[in-house]
Design a binder for this molecule. Structure first.
Ligand SMILES: Nc1ncnc2c1ncn2[C@@H]1O[C@H](COP(=O)(O)OP(=O)(O)OP(=O)(O)O)[C@@H](O)[C@H]1O
Ligand SMILES: [Mg+2]
Length: 477
């Protein structure tokens, strides 16, 4: 017999008991409400289709058990002890099923239990995606949930009940972090205990209900071997990038939203040799440095009174007093770019950051614009000279049409010619076709020998010219 049939039969039995007045003592104060909601439920079930009746009955059962669990649980219980909480819930859940004479199969019972635990202790319907290899979870109001899996964005087969349900989950995320979200402050950036990055926007700013975006943190960091294996970068380009990092070149990783900039920055940072003092600066700590000599700094938004903000820029300025060998800034979005350039130019060679831009040329204009945001009244030519002498490489990352993420260009800054910054592309992604919607192509050397070769050799690294497609190797697969 289906779960729906059994639930409905149980509801009928319950109604018969209530009308004959022979019911047991009400288990909780929520009983009257339950009777009312079950009456409403009956009306709804009569009018709606069998499929939606099934959904409603299941939601009703889940809601009822959940409500009773919350009411019956000892309020003094320590909710941070998840394992203890789970076993308390398990005990109450089992006895409730027996008491209400609800018979479920093993898998139905597990599904219901997992969902209830997710509601009480976790993040409700989206909890299941946090540990399932999904890259991003996007909630556009209660009924439209999307996930990104393997580069593809698909509609998730789950829903929240209503706006309040989404709000409860958002509150659960931000409250333990001392952050708040309400009408007067309707956006928040936060991080889950596992490191996942969260952004929430609620009405009146979000017009179709509370919206939530979670970049799920992967506890196993992506490595250069992964990037090579997935075809995001070739072994030759990877070898070159490693040499570029070790020999203290300044790098800007550029790309669009979600193109894999932070991931690539993390991989490039992993090439920094042990023993160098690294200071990392981020809005929400995403970098996973494996070196020992690391100081990690995180910016802080203003508090409720609008005070206490520590910006990325404050942290870059502070980092200069910490005697770092390298400064790694998660992302430059504004005036901090100017301080970053100065750091790159003044003894912290080998520093790195990321910027939002779609081509290496765009990245240069973006950096110029960010420098103008610093409030330092410098003529554009002076800014350009700073950029040209500070930045050595722009590594362009992109999310391609098929959802794959790849390095599409490695460009070296050469200097200035008149008013223009000159660059040469050392590697460029060349698309050769499209097969079953999959982009076919390869990051190829352009045949140019990089200017930084002397620096690389000084660092004791010998790269064969074939890496750059010099000596008849260009086009090799
Ligand atoms: N080369 C890659 N291949 C497959 N997946 C990748 C690759 N690089 C990154 N990802 C995944 O893509 C998602 C976005 O990556 P990441 O956070 O690095 O992007 P981003 O450009 O920094 O995003 P944002 O603009 O939001 O800061 C993550 O889930 C990450 O695990
Ligand atoms: Mg990022």
């Amino acid at each position: 017999m289906s779960l729906l049939k059994r639930i409905e039969r149980k509801q009928d039995r319950g109604k018969a008991k209530q009308s004959s007045g022979s019911g047991k003592k009400p288990p909780s104060g929520g009983n009257k409400k339950n009777q009312n909601s079950s009456k409403l439920q009956d009306l709804r079930v009569k009018r709606s289709s069998p499929a939606s009746a099934s959904r409603d009955s299941y939601a009703d059962l889940k809601g009822r058990i959940q409500q009773r669990l919350i009411l019956e649980m000892d309020p003094s219980v320590d909710v941070t002890k998840t394992a203890d909480m789970k076993s308390t819930i398990q005990g109450l859940f089992e006895s409730m099923l027996v008491e209400e004479q609800i018979v479920l199969t093993k898998s139905e019972k597990k599904k219901l239990f997992d969902q209830i635990v997710a509601e009480i202790l976790g993040f409700g319907p989206i909890e299941q995606f946090l540990k399932s290899g999904v890259g991003e979870i996007m909630v556009n109001g209660p009924k439209h949930i999307f996930i990104e899996h393997g580069g593809r964005i698909v509609r998730a087969p789950v829903e929240f009940e209503d706006n309040d349900h989404v709000m409860r989950i958002i509150d659960r995320i931000v409250a333990p972090l001392g952050r708040r979200i309400d009408e007067s402050s309707p956006t928040v950036d936060a991080r889950l205990p596992d490191g996942s990055r969260v952004n929430a926007v609620i009405p009146p700013i979000a017009l179709d209900g509370p919206s939530l975006t979670i970049r799920v943190f992967s506890s196993k960091p992506i490595t250069i071997d992964n990037l090579i294996q997935w075809g995001s970068v070739t072994p030759e380009a990877a070898e070159f990038l490693k040499a570029v990092v070790v020999s203290h070149n300044n790098i800007v990783v550029a790309g669009g939203t979600g193109s894999g900039k932070t991931t690539l920055l993390n991989v490039l940072s992993s090439f920094i040799p042990e023993g160098e003092r690294i200071v990392t600066i981020e809005n929400a700590a995403e970098l996973q440095m494996h070196q020992e000599h690391v100081v990690r700094l995180e910016s802080r938004p203003p508090n409720v009174e609008g005070r206490g903000e520590v910006s990325i820029r404050d942290l870059v300025i502070n980092a200069l007093r910490m005697r770092p060998d390298r400064i790694v800034v998660g992302e430059c979005r504004g005036g901090e770019a100017m301080d970053m350039l100065q750091a790159m130019n003044t003894g912290h060679e080998g520093s790195m950051t990321t910027a939002h831009a779609n081509t290496p040329r765009d990245t240069l204009s973006r950096i110029e614009t960010m420098c103008m945001m610093s409030g330092m009244d410098l003529p554009i030519r002076a800014i350009r000279e700073q950029v040209a002498s500070a930045v050595d490489f722009i590594v362009q990352q992109a999310r391609l049409r098929d959802g794959s993420r790849k390095v599409t260009s490695i460009s070296e800054i050469q200097g200035m010619e008149g008013e223009v910054i000159t660059m040469s592309e050392i590697f460029r992604f060349e698309q050769t076709g499209l097969e079953d919607g999959k982009v076919i192509g390869r990051l190829r050397p352009t045949g140019l020998r990089p200017k930084c070769m002397a620096k690389i050799q000084e660092a004791g690294i010998m790269l064969p010219p074939s890496i750059f497609g010099i000596g008849g190797q260009r086009g090799r697969h």
